[in-house]
Design a protein around this ligand. Structure first.
Ligand code: THU
Length: 140
């Protein structure tokens, strides 16, 4: 799928958004290394807390289907302003795709190309955990 097609797929997902509380639909399309594409939209909840962003829906759908290598994600909003992934989504994307390309798409179909590295510099990841040795906090 071309970048343009991925962006259009993200825009198409705006209609699937369940966002009666924020009234802020978001659509996502995640391109895997094997050429497959997983889509997502934000899904809100009356209790607010259980709501989930479009990007995480796409990532979790893909991972649950056995995909873990991702090339790029397109994130579409129905606003003129580009919608960048929230902090939680950046952390989830970091887990699987530190080299991810991120394309933001606005309501006019205009795009802004970024990278996961732009969005989450100096990140915390699995390597951060393996560097822990002994009892640095003096807990024992
Ligand atoms: N939202 C996303 O789906 N992705 C983002 O990158 C930012 C925010 C959703 C969460 C919530 O349903 C609505 O947009 C307003 O915050």
């Amino acid at each position: 799928m071309t970048k343009q097609e991925l962006c259009q797929t993200a825009l198409d997902m705006l209609s699937r958004s369940y966002s009666p509380y924020s009234r802020f639909p978001v659509g996502a399309a995640l391109a895997c290394a094997d050429g497959s594409v997983y889509t997502g939209c934000n899904i809100e909840n009356a209790a607010y807390g259980p709501s989930v962003c479009a990007e995480r829906v796409a990532v979790f759908k893909a991972v649950s289907e056995g995909k873990r290598e991702f090339v790029r994600i397109a994130v579409a909003a129905s606003t003129k302003k580009f919608c960048a992934p929230c902090g939680v989504c950046r952390q989830v994307l970091q887990e699987f795709a530190p080299d991810l390309e991120v394309i933001l798409v606005n309501c006019d179909g205009e795009t802004k190309e970024l990278t996961q590295r732009d969005l989450l510099p100096y990140s915390f990841d699995g390597d951060s955990l393996t560097d822990c040795s002994g009892d640095p906090a003096g807990l024992s």
